[in-house]
Design a binder for this molecule. Sequence first.
Ligand code: NI
Length: 174
Amino acid sequence: MTIKDIITVPDETLKKISEPIEKIGINEKKLIKDLVDTMYDSNGIGLAAVQVGILKRILVIDVSAKDEKKNPMSFINPVIKKFSNETSIYEEGCLSIPETFIEIERPKTCEVEYIDINGDQKILKCDGLLSTCLQHEINHLDGKLIIDYLSKLKRDLIIKKVLKSKKNLSRIIV
Ligand code: NI
């Protein structure tokens, strides 16, 4: 089990566009496993490879409830083919922007085309939390974060706050 470090804002890597995967080999399968382990370790429901500093179009999601059996899903080269006109609003957090929650309106349902861990092309209809989580994670692959839905002023304030709390983390009094 490998828990990777999750990068946080304002790391410039988070703004970069991830590259498509051409072949699913040992390295990609190991990366998926590490992403799942890292996601569970940080109590997230989704994680994109870019968040551990790897610019590949891979993401993992588990939207199962706490009292349910774990259900990790992995998506390679995911592309959303259809969006609904109907929208829904969730208060979203992000492991790369600690302690920040932002209300974001997104299409309520979507249809995603992706490659699974065995290399098979799949299509999945998503609704509710899965739909929102998937759209959030695919935004990561395109270098877009939830703070990019806000004004520059609000965005800068959040980044300042994250930097400040990081500094506090290494401060100890003995
Ligand atoms: Ni995120």
